[in-house]
Design a protein around this ligand. Structure first.
Ligand code: AP5
Length: 219
């Protein structure tokens, strides 16, 4: 199964992708995570994208497309994958279709469009905590860690993402609103997009997704 997770920042794409990864045994490919790893490594590329990410803007299509092409060339994607945060522009979607023409996993099966209200998005982003060591997500109120500011899974220190500060959140939402329509139209034409109410709890959203996979005869 080849899935694309689309939606505003903070809608819960990463949270669901992690659970789907465990259930479906398909690699979770997050362009945001790949970029954050580059920033952490302080490579030339990492330093270049750091400023862009901290401003909430999108990294240029040609750079992102190269990253995805390289990631999808790895054999663990041959039986399917979960794309989280890619594509984000129509140019990226077109490139993805081009890559998949010659990919063993074939075309995209479903594009899951996480629909969430502004109030929920802001609440989720401003309260998000991430483990510095394993990348696990928590939330101050919704998913609090057992020990304050430490990861339940590996004991690593939790931190607030630089782009989860108020001003950057606003810009990320603006950038999202400017770029989403052409992408939705693109996948509507392909009849692949399914809208999901992402304001529900993580457990409820997961149940909606698994029912959808059954209805679409993908499970
Ligand atoms: P990226 O890392 O992809 O960020 P994003 O798309 O803005 O998405 P988020 O990770 O913020 O949110 P999410 O929907 O995954 O929510 P999560 O599950 O964490 O991108 C970061 C930057 O990288 C971009 O701004 C851009 O600069 C660059 N970039 C990345 N991809 C790019 C591309 N393709 N092209 C160009 N540039 C690119 O949940 C959020 C919080 O809510 C968590 O605390 C979680 O615990 C909680 N939560 C989740 N679900 C629920 C729920 N159902 N109920 C209650 N709480 C919940």
């Amino acid at each position: 199964m080849n899935l694309v997770l689309l939606g505003p920042p903070g809608a819960g794409k990463g949270t669901q992708a992690k659970v789907l990864n465990e259930g479906l045994k398909l690699p979770h490919i997050s362009t945001g995570d790949i970029l954050r790893d580059s920033v952490k490594s302080e490579s030339k590329f990492g330093l270049e994208v750091k400023k862009i990410m901290e401003s909430g803007a999108l990294v240029p299509d040609d750079l992102i497309n190269k990253i995805i092409e390289e990631r999808l060339s790895k054999p663990d994607t041959n039986k399917g994958f979960i794309l989280d945060g890619f594509p984000r522009t129509k140019a990226q979607a077109v490139k993805l279709d081009e890559i998949l023409k010659n990919h063993p996993a074939g075309d995209i099966d479903l594009v899951l469009y996480f629909d969430s209200t502004l109030k929920v998005i802001i609440d989720r982003l401003s309260g998000r905590l991430v483990c510095r060591n394993c990348g696990e997500n928590f939330h101050i109120k919704n998913v609090p860690p057992k020990k304050e500011m430490f990861c339940d899974h590996c004991g690593g220190e939790l931190y607030q993402r630089q782009d989860d500060k108020e001003d950057t959140i606003k810009n990320r939402i603006k950038v999202y609103e400017e770029s989403i329509s052409p992408l939705v139209e693109y996948y509507e034409k392909q009849k692949k997009i399914r809208k999901i109410n992402a304001d529900f709890s993580a457990k409820e959203v997961y149940e909606v997704l698994t029912k959808l996979f059954k209805d679409e005869q993908l499970l």
